[in-house]
Design a protein around this ligand. Structure first.
Ligand code: PEP
Length: 245
């Protein structure tokens, strides 16, 4: 079983969202794979009305508070009300463009869990951190920040997304993805146990395309992929999902 998740970022309004689902042909994708789409929040209602039952929806970001004077923000309960079941938490663009800290990421993960949204916590190193040999240190710091929240979640996922691979066309090698995932897996097993609690699915993200999805999905410890650009095209999204064995 693999998780194939599409993060549309700030693309596709409601009309384009309906057109995407009209064009989506998932009949050939093996039933055991889980398909998730994270449209912009403004398109969630359209997505909820147009999606096939097998495609589940998520929100790209939530605020950590339940309500209040936070202009432009969206709460977990609002996202749930319009059909989201999952929430991206701490996406690289949230951390690096909008300055989200590990602490805020943890608050958001906690809020998602408390409201019954499945948190998909994104983490990964920058190019400078990779060049400095700090991959494990950085991703473990980011993971440790959310472990108390994951410990009480009935379900959660982690997306390892090296910052240098997001939207660049340059992807991690299957070996590098496996190595980072093995590091995360060991810490999860230490903290949450080797049983089901510690078996948090680990997705790889960063320039996943139909041409590289097969080898990345076949890599050790890779349980799925989080796809940005290529998930905007229904045929590419299906081709990536079909590459999972
Ligand atoms: C992402 O947005 O999470 C992502 C991995 O983007 P891309 O696939 O375009 O690199």
């Amino acid at each position: 079983m693999a998780v194939i998740a599409g993060n549309w970022k700030m693309h596709r309004g409601p009309a384009e969202t309906r057109a995407f689902f009209e064009a989506l042909r998932i009949e050939g994708v093996p039933e055991q794979h889980e398909l998730l789409v994270f449209p912009p929040v403004i398109s969630l209602v359209a997505a909820a009305g147009a999606r096939p039952a097998r495609v589940r929806l998520g929100v790209q970001n939530i605020h950590w508070e339940d309500e209040g004077a936070f202009t432009g923000e969206v709460s977990a309960s609002m996202a749930l009300e319009v059909g989201a079941e999952f929430a991206l938490i701490g996406h690289s663009e949230r951390r690096h463009v909008f300055g989200e800290t590990d602490e805020q990421v943890a608050w958001k993960a906690g809020t998602a869990v408390r409201h019954g949204l499945v948190p998909v916590v994104c983490l990964g190193e920058t190019l400078a951190e990779r060049r400095a040999g700090r991959v494990d240190e950085v991703i473990l710091r980011q993971l440790d920040a959310v472990l108390p929240e994951l410990a009480v979640a009935s379900r959660s996922m982690i997306a390892y997304e090296p910052v240098w691979a997001i939207g660049t066309g340059e992807h991690a090698t299957p070996r590098d993805a496996s190595s980072a995932h093995a590091t995360l897996r060991r810490r999860l097993a230490e903290a949450l146990g080797a049983g089901p609690a510690g078996r948090v699915p680990l997705l790889y993200g960063g320039s996943v395309k139909p041409t590289n999805a097969g080898e990345l999905l076949a890599a050790e410890e890779v349980d799925g992929v989080l796809v940005g650009g290529a998930s905007l095209d229904p045929a590419e999204f299906v081709a990536i999902a079909s590459a999972a064995s």
